[in-house]
Write a protein that binds this ligand. Structure first.
Ligand code: ATP
Ligand code: MG
Ligand code: MG
Ligand code: MG
Length: 345
């Protein structure tokens, strides 16, 4: 079963990932696929053609959640009929441990990380604390809540200016695809960035801005995971690697392998695997780094437990550049899911 869509700001990215995954799984009759969609309002769509139905609704503005009956949010009773579930859901209500918890309760094997790693990786504040505990190198950062920001804007502005300075990056703690992320170079920009993040999440993170090359690594496995070769994200035009740069044709180029020395490449792979095991990830994850210009410092940015999965997405591209093509990667993920859940066929 491939589950796609979902209630997060990355709904459409999920549809693109799931479409590619389902086509590849069906290729040559290798697997039988049961498609299951989750609408933006959280309703399960499992009859007819769920992909078409969600895509038809894709342009619509999300309806108020009050419009969905609680019973439509109950999972359909078809999970017992499948061997393994591939949750292709990015962001909250899918990548964050919620769907994983449901699958644990139902006792169905599923691809990717469990509840703990999913939740801890989705929340950047928690993720950074775990990485810090394990001594992994990161930018300076500070966490606050929506209520704290709204309660004393002046105090937080002063605190951020004193501890991080400009430029800084403001992010909703639980999101992805750069949704709600802004760079701030002044107190005015900081305030509007914090307002925007606060509109999207109760929890907010602010980070020291670095001038860096961006490196990403694909990690695959359960207890002793493998790291792909390192790839460099090269964004053309102005600005950082934002939503528009991620999903506009031609704005981003992946250079794999990245042009770094053997020692640096080895260090990147080592830290990527450490990041993965420190948060107890399973199956797959994409680990994002900064390689600071000037100093050459390697800084861990984040881990994504359900990375983008279209054939042109970074995670599968890094594996194909490392010798594991798209279909083989999917089969390996299914095998890892069955192993982890003690259901090896
Ligand atoms: P993803 O789609 O990978 O899940 P995300 O929404 O979780 O992304 P981040 O990876 O944290 O967001 O940040 C998105 C982009 O913003 C980075 O790839 C980088 O271009 C820029 N960025 C984020 N944090 C910083 C920072 N501290 N300094 C400089 N640039 C940053
Ligand atoms: Mg992310
Ligand atoms: Mg992400
Ligand atoms: Mg990222």
């Amino acid at each position: 079963m491939v589950v796609f869509g979902g209630r997060s700001g990355e709904h459409e990215v999920s549809l693109a990932s799931a479409r590619a995954i389902m086509d590849a799984l069906r290729e040559g009759g290798r697997h039988e696929v049961v498609p299951v969609g989750i609408s933006r309002e959280g309703a399960w769509v499992h009859t007819g053609d769920p992909m078409r139905e969600l895509r038809d609704r894709a342009g619509e503005k999300p309806a108020r959640s009050a419009g969905v009956a609680a019973s439509d949010r109950l999972p359909p009773g078809i999970f017992g009929e499948v061997d393994v579930v591939f949750p292709v859901l990015h962001g909250p209500y899918g990548e964050d441990g919620t769907v994983q918890g449901m699958l644990e309760l139902l006792g169905v094997p599923y691809v990717g990380s469990g509840v703990l790693a999913s939740a801890a990786s989705m929340d950047k504040v928690t993720m950074k604390k775990v990485f810090a505990y394990h001594g992994l190198p990161q930018v300076r950062w500070l966490g606050l809540t929506r209520g704290e920001w709204q309660g004393d804007r002046g105090r937080w502005t002063r605190e951020i200016e004193a501890s991080l300075g400009y430029p800084c990056f403001v992010k909703p703690s639980n999101l992805g695809s750069s949704v709600g992320i802004n760079r701030a170079d002044s107190a005015e920009e900081l305030a509007s960035a914090l307002d925007e993040a606060a509109a999207l999440d109760r929890r907010i993170i602010v980070e020291e801005g670095v001038d860096a090359r961006e490196i990403e690594v694909a990690v695959l496995g359960n207890e002793e995971p493998d790291a792909s070769l390192a790839g460099e994200i090269v964004v053309s035009g102005e600005g950082f690697y934002d939503y528009e740069a991620k999903y506009t044709e031609g704005r981003m180029e992946l250079v794999a392998p990245a042009d770094v020395t053997g020692d640096v490449a080895e260090e990147i792979g080592r830290v990527a695997r450490l990041a993965y095991t420190s948060i107890d990830a399973a199956g797959m994850a994409r680990v994002d780094f900064f390689l600071e210009r000037g100093t050459g410092r390697l800084l861990l940015n984040e881990i994504n437990t359900i990375p983008g999965f279209t054939p042109t997405s970074v995670y599968p591209k890094l594996w194909s550049a490392s010798g594991l093509p798209y279909e083989g990667l999917l089969d390996r993920l299914i095998q890892l899911a069955l192993e982890r859940h003690g259901a090896t066929a």
